[in-house]
Ligand binder design. Sequence first.
Ligand code: AMP
Ligand code: MG
Length: 307
Amino acid sequence: MLMKAIELLKNDDLVGMPTETVYGIAGSIYSEVALKKIFKIKERPFFDPLIIHVSNIEEAKILVKHWPKSADVLTDKFWPGPLTLVLEKSNLVNDLITSGLSTVAIRMPNHPIALNLIKNFGSPLAAPSANKFKKTSPTTYQHVKDEFLDDVYVLDGGSCIVGLESTILYLNENENFLEVEVLRKGFIKYSEIEKILIENGFKLKSAKLENSINVPGNMKNHYMPKKPFVILTDGKGLEELKINFSTYVEMILSHSPDIAARQLYSHLRISSQGKEDIIIFKKMSWHTGELWEAILDRLLKAASEIC
Ligand code: AMP
Ligand code: MG
């Protein structure tokens, strides 16, 4: 199966790749044909940049202009894992990957199949989530098959253990301080990132990027399920809804945010499959803390109405 996947990648084709966050749709970063296929099959606009997946640090270092000390500290602690670093790109990185930005997003996934695939293919893979643009992310082999039918060869790596996209962190290090900015919340908490950087003597400063780097995590209507999805906040009831419906299904997530993150996209999909008109999620007062913030970030963007 690995051999077939590698053969496809060598022929400028795409492969469905399991990672610990969500399934990706992967193509060679050195094949413009493959990169274009990623955008086409996802119906993704070219202004939405891709994350590059590496299997070792050396692969990452040649993709950036300068690999800062803070990147060593963070990758020592969090790679392989759900942390994506955004750094100034080198000339090796195709503009299609970065949507013309001067920065590139890189991570090392913590999944044996993804690491093996990249290692044996011999160079990094660009891999956005394996779903159509703006739709719910896939966390199982079957989700990817449902999305792309037989158009894509998918490696089965079971259910994603994290279930939520990576934390994306912009870094800009100079002699005096380190500018950091979380571009997308994820499983790796900013408090953990901050702690390790401060312990290593970095003076942190918030980056506050101009022209807001394009982070679709920040677009409305991302992660959308197939049915209208409504979030009720602050104990509000169904009677507050101004839409017409006669039946609904309530999506219930675990009290544990780690488990809730893993369940999130599967539950959104399953909730769409019934005959009910709409899906409801009740936001509770105890949905607090950094991981719940990351989960709620996805839920709020998936919602068609919040009341
Ligand atoms: P996904 O398509 O779910 O894998 O998410 C990839 C996301 O990574 C993009 O949509 C952006 O939000 C983010 N990203 C990729 N490259 C960059 C970059 N150079 N600067 C900022 N964010 C980036
Ligand atoms: Mg995505």
